[in-house]
Design a protein around this ligand. Structure first.
Ligand code: SF4
Length: 637
């Protein structure tokens, strides 16, 4: 893999490389990237992998290879404390909310100590503490060189370090934020570079879809209004300020807009928003909201005009500019979502505390081609899960390539740029150390007795391995049901449920317990690394298919069908194969790990696609009978 990456970087090529668990994938691209002499961006899907590279892999290279990686880790703006917003919040005074005041006090202590401003350092505050929204940087709230705090700003310092570094470790979110800026605007987030290496590349399409989309939520509008209120409160201390009627009007208009939109869609019984829907009263509510936001922009401008030029006026002026700009951007994004340009889809969702109108491109392959493959000379895409079936790559037609799905989704099709493919299998002894159990006697997942039967079978397996088990479901509903069913039967054994504590805390407890059972869904199917005996059984409830009612999935399926393809085979089956391979990948993390993966979905035996899905899994020993599983387990102990 290192050779292939080296060649791709030297010859300006595109390389697709699936590298199974345990291949040393990260080192295999970091070493050639460091020795290439080029400015290389390494982009990961998760911040966890960024951290791993910074704290484990780069120091390892430094210690053992005598190479000096000149590297900087860059995260998205939202990961850094914005000094301006933080100071404004402080000056805004007590919030009469003890939780918030406690959070603010923790922030004040940390702000004195931190040298990076990376919010991940402050373990004291939960990741989802609402205060973060008010004090972190973002493209909406960042002022730039005119900001009074610009030179001390953590974001400025990180960017300056990145200018001169040779290796930039970013994440896909930041990478696409940068690409989006490079589009119509002259700006950029990441300094210019020669090559990019995407790790966890199987997540690129989803993340790109997010980034080339727009989202207007009731929370986004409210945060903008609240920020403006806050700065007006600061301003009011030194003199008269314009009345805040525009803010009240915007709140009222926003409430009316979301309520009317919700009603219109409820009546139609759908979530996708077609252009035609914006007529009559709904169009009137949109125009009201648009004018109210225009009023907010005007209010920010008027308030700025009254600034006296005193000591604080610099940061207040910045904050007013930002508030006005944010209100303006909301207007633009609303117009993009509502205008529904060709190739985009717009939809509405209601969460517990927020209503959201989103619009995204259905197909990002053209964007990938134009913005990534045609613009960047050397591109490496790697992951433990890129391919969707076995097969010999050498000399194979594209249709037969195990990378066909990825290539199709990212625009690397037959008439596109030249691509090199590599499949590097895991060095682990799967036939010896892992068993894949796919019982034939369970009902199909649609059967009303499925959850009960699946929980009973999971229990038998948990007893066999004495715990050390993940039970991974494909929905929150089945997660809760299986958890409920297992709970009374497990007695004293530690049983954990996704969401009852932060993910990292749950994993730590699981590791320490050694005989625990964790019932979880989506976010535990990938990116979770529990080497050793603590995890010896992974129960997968069913094949993790895409949710067909998801607006983007639905639009993509329709597009494939409209182009004469079969959406199920071209999209749903390969996507499920990749997700399943991720789930399977939780089990064997080292040469000495041993264990069982159980997949309770009888469709793998009964449906034509079953073989294709199973073919993408590592070559573990396969069994359908519980007795055979017992024998394997006894022998392996
Ligand atoms: S430049 Fe100013 S507004 Fe921007 S992140 Fe830094 S402190 Fe915040």
């Amino acid at each position: 893999m290192a050779d292939a990456v080296e060649r791709a970087l030297a010859d300006d090529r595109i390389l697709l490389c699936e590298a199974g668990t345990g291949t040393g994938k990260t080192l295999a691209y970091l070493v050639p990237a460091i020795s290439s002499g080029r400015k290389v961006v390494v982009s990961t899907a998760t911040r966890a992998l960024q951290e791993q590279i910074a704290t484990r892999d780069l120091p390892l290279i430094r210690r053992h290879l005598g190479l000096e990686p000149d590297a900087v880790v860059m995260k998205g703006l939202g990961n850094y404390l914005c000094l301006r917003r933080f100071e404004e919040l402080r000056r805004g005074g007590a919030a009469l909310d003890p939780m918030r005041d406690r959070a603010l006090a923790a922030l004040e202590r940390w702000r004195e100590a931190t040298t990076t401003g990376d919010v991940g350092e402050l373990g004291e505050l939960a990741e989802n503490d609402p205060i973060w929204r008010e004090v972190t940087s973002s493209s909406e709230t960042r002022v730039g060189p005119d900001c009074a705090y610009f030179d001390q700003c953590f974001v400025t310092r990180m960017k300056r370090a990145a200018e001169s570094a040779r290796l930039l470790v970013v994440n896909h979110h930041l990478f696409f934020a940068d690409l989006a800026l490079r589009g119509p605007h002259p700006g950029h987030v990441i300094p210019d570079y020669d090559a990019v290496i995407f790790d966890e590349a199987h997540q690129l399409e989803d993340i790109a879809t997010d980034f080339f989309g727009v989202r207007v939520s009731s929370a986004r509008i409210e945060t903008t209004l609240r920020d403006l209120e806050r700065v007006l409160a600061v301003l009011a201390r030194s003199g008269p300020v314009p009345g805040d009627a525009a803010i009240t009007a915007a709140r009222r208009a926003a409430d009316a807009f979301w309520a009317r939109l919700g009603r219109a869609l409820d009546t139609e019984g759908r979530t996708t928003v077609e252009r035609e829907l914006w007529s009559g009263e709904l169009a009137a509510r949109w125009h009201d909201l648009d004018s109210a936001l225009e009023g907010v922009v005007a209010l920010a401008v008027a308030a700025r005009g009254r600034l006296s030029g005193g000591a604080e006026s610099g940061s207040v002026a910045d904050a007013l500019d930002v508030a006005g700009r944010r209100a303006g951007e909301i207007r633009t994004d609303l117009a993009v979502a509502i205008d529904g340009a060709p190739g985009r889809i717009t939809w509405f969702e209601r969460a517990a505390k927020s209503a959201v109108l989103s619009s995204s491109p259905v197909d990002v392959s053209r964007l990938f081609r134009e913005l990534v493959f045609e613009r960047i000379s050397a591109v490496v895409l790697t992951s433990a899960t890129l391919a969707t079936g076995g097969g010999d790559v050498a000399g194979a037609m594209l249709e037969e390539s195990p990378f066909a799905y990825l290539r199709q989704r990212l625009g690397l099709v037959a008439d596109g740029p030249e691509v090199t493919e590599h499949l590097i299998p895991s060095p682990f002894d799967f036939p010896e150390n892992a068993l894949l159990y796919t019982p034939r006697d369970l009902p199909e997942p649609s059967d009303p007795t499925f959850i009960r039967r699946a929980a009973e079978r999971a229990l038998e397996l948990i007893e066999l391995t004495d715990g050390g088990a993940f039970v991974l479901t494909t929905s929150l509903r089945s997660m809760r049901l299986i958890h409920q069913a297992l709970s009374p039967a497990l007695g004293e054994r530690p049983l954990m449920l996704q969401g009852e504590a932060p993910k990292s805390a749950l994993l730590e407890r699981f590791r320490r317990a050694e005989d625990a059972v964790l019932v979880a869904t989506q976010s535990f199917w990938e990116g979770v690394d529990i080497p050793g005996r603590a995890l010896r059984l992974v129960v997968l409830e069913k094949i993790p298919f895409l949710v067909p009612s998801d607006p983007i999935v639905k639009a993509r399926s329709e597009q494939i069908e409209a182009d004469g393809g079969n959406a199920f085979m071209a999209l749903h089956v390969p996507a499920a194969a990749i997700a399943l391979k991720q789930g399977f990948g939780r089990l064997i993390r080292t040469h000495t790990d041993r264990g069982i993966v159980a997949l309770f979905d009888a469709r793998v035996h009964k449906r034509g696609y079953g073989r294709r899905v199973l073919a993408s899994l590592p070559p573990a020993r396969r069994e359908n009978e519980l007795e055979a599983v017992r024998r394997f387990w006894k022998k392996s102990q």
